[in-house]
Design a protein around this ligand. Structure first.
Ligand code: C2E
Ligand code: MG
Ligand code: MG
Length: 309
């Protein structure tokens, strides 16, 4: 599909990316329609590079993690957003996969860790030191030798106690190079940092891995919480909560959106929750208003949501 070596290689490359975007272990013949996708990708990649360099196009939003019993904020999860100069606000699902493929994820994570720790220091100085800040790290980063040093560098630069930090990792990475990941997770734990498994249950959860990975907690994926309907708890949610108890792990339910789900999780013994029912991810200033109010005003949630967007 090309009449020069350069074009052939370029088109083969484009077809390879297209195949990868449809999942691994496949193949596709090049067709010209793939080119525009590829162009978009290259433009996005260049824009991402520029964004990392400038450092002022990203922002962090924070989503509260709440205790069902005390209604208090026990954690905040830092979630990145990209304020693109022409395309407006872009969510992480649109650029994190590209960043992972291109290696740009390291620069992004450094920005996230630094901005998050800076914000956490400000909150702690203002007296709000009762919650953890959770960061999402990409599986790719666990392949890098200096991950633990990088995290430690950020938390010491901002004088953050390691116990105030949680690292969320997705299950997929646990499957790749298990020994390496176990070693990194152990080092993080050894440093006093908490580690949780994100989106638990969606990939190849293996009890054997859970036994070997020294994590503190698991986060039940939101797809299972969505299936909770009144008077019927799907077996998988009950099972995951049971597994967490057997392994003495903390468990948190993601994507809690309704009062019914909240009540059901409470009765299933899952106290820690996160989701739109409590709050959407918020900019730091809006989080401050929640922190000032102390406990989470569950009965006032709807107005609070409207206020904070
Ligand atoms: P995640 O870590 O599982 O984060 C939860 C996602 O679910 C967030 O989407 C959040 O806004 C959304 N969510 C929370 N509660 C609810 C709910 O009740 N209902 C529904 N429908 N959705 C809810 P977001 O912010 O778009 O992030 C998507 C994913 O992008 C994250 O999934 C995480 O895997 C990744 N991500 C976000 N920030 C970062 C980052 O700084 N670094 C890396 N490597 N990945 C990140
Ligand atoms: Mg997460
Ligand atoms: Mg998740």
């Amino acid at each position: 599909d090309g009449n020069s070596p350069g074009t052939l290689v370029r088109n083969a490359d484009i077809a390879m990316y297209e195949t990868k975007s449809q999942g691994k272990n496949g193949y596709l013949h090049f067709n010209p329609a793939m080119s525009s996708n590829h162009q978009d990708r290259i433009i996005l990649e260049n824009d991402l590079r520029a964004a990392i360099k400038s450092g002022n196009q990203f922002e962090l939003h924070y989503q509260p993690q709440v205790s069902g019993k005390s209604h208090s904020i026990i954690g905040l999860e830092a979630l990145i957003r990209w304020q693109h100069p022409t395309r407006g606000l872009i969510g992480p699902d649109e650029f994190i996969p590209l960043a992972e493929e291109t290696g740009l994820i390291i620069g992004i994570s450094d920005w996230v860790l630094s901005a998050g720790c800076r914000q956490l220091r400000a909150w702690r100085k203002a007296g709000y030191d009762h919650f953890k800040l959770a960061f999402n790290l990409s599986p790719k980063e666990f392949e890098q030798g200096n991950l633990v040093d990088r995290i430690n560098r950020h938390i010491t630069a901002f004088d953050i106690p390691p116990a105030a930090i949680e690292i969320e990792i997705t299950e997929s990475l646990l499957m790749n190079d298990a020994e390496k990941v176990i070693e990194k997770v152990s080092l993080l734990r050894h440093a006093g940092i908490h580690v949780s498994i994100d989106d638990f249950g969606t990939r190849y959860s293996s009890l054997n891995y859970l036994r070997r990975f020294p994590v503190n907690s698991i986060k039940i994926d939101q797809s299972f919480i969505r299936d909770l309907v009144p008077n019927h708890a799907p077996a998988i949610v009950t099972a995951i909560i049971g597994i967490s108890k057997s392994f003495s792990l903390d468990v948190l339910a993601e994507g809690v959106e309704t009062e019914g789900q909240f009540n059901q999780l409470n009765s299933l013994g899952c106290d820690k929750m996160q989701g739109f029912y409590f709050s959407r991810p918020l900019p730091a200033s809006a989080v401050e208003r929640l922190l000032v109010s102390g406990v989470f005003p569950i009965s006032n949630m709807k107005p609070a949501l409207q206020r904070c967007g």
